[in-house]
Design a protein around this ligand. Sequence first.
Ligand SMILES: [Zn+2]
Length: 292
Amino acid sequence: MDEAIIELYETIERSLPRKNSQVRRAIEKSRLTIADILAKHANPDGTIPRGKVNVILDEILALENEIYRNLQRELRLVLEDVAQKTTIGLAEAIIAYIGISQLIEVVGLPAALAELTIGVAEAVFSALTGTTYRNHVNSSVNSAFNRIGEDGLVLNDRIRNIAQVLRNEIEVTLRQSIRRGEGTTEIFRRLEQVFSDLSWRLDVITETEALYTLRQTIGKFAEDSGIFKALKIVDFPHGEPGEHERHKCYIYAHRDEHGLGEGVYPVGTRKIRNPHPRCRSVLLPVLIDGLE
Ligand SMILES: [Zn+2]
């Protein structure tokens, strides 16, 4: 079963570059909005009349909210996808490795589940957790949005911050370019740089929250289902050489804080769900007695 869960983590991890570009594209849309605004005010030769600076910057103000909303929407989609794949993968792994008959015998799930031919995984999931796939997915995604980081910020604050920085950089660039009498082609080249300078910050958010959502989806299942007696955090070395040993995931994974074994924590433990930004660690289930 551990292998099935690790495979699930790897599938999600492999999809991260695609998810990063999906979120990056959400802000790229705003470049088109800027192009429209500039085109409206440009001279026939592509330069922008200096007297139009303030009108243009006024229109750019509204961009901050557009960026914020687009980012929020896209991140939610990305996290929903992670939570969905994790929920379904988890339910399938449990059926494949524990088996419905053991769940009926040991956990006392309704015997009628053995007769089902369609929607088996979802029915077993609901019987174990008392909730639906849909609710489980929503709860994981909401948890990513509501989690307060060590800096006291929630996800929406981080997105808002990126939207503010981006709008501000756009403003500075436009002000300078128009003053220098640069044409729209040159302005677009500069703006492209402004957007790409910020994309690494977006990637950190996307990867951190996607991997958090994955661990949260498993942690919440462990709490709701009662078939895991604990969760074992397994760290995968990442980052620069020598850096990993300072990661909290490494520390948590090599400690026996509860006398349950190295890296083994009660299912409700929060800190192992997000040891640090961009953490690659995984949570593996420790099954209750009788189910191993
Ligand atoms: Zn880590």
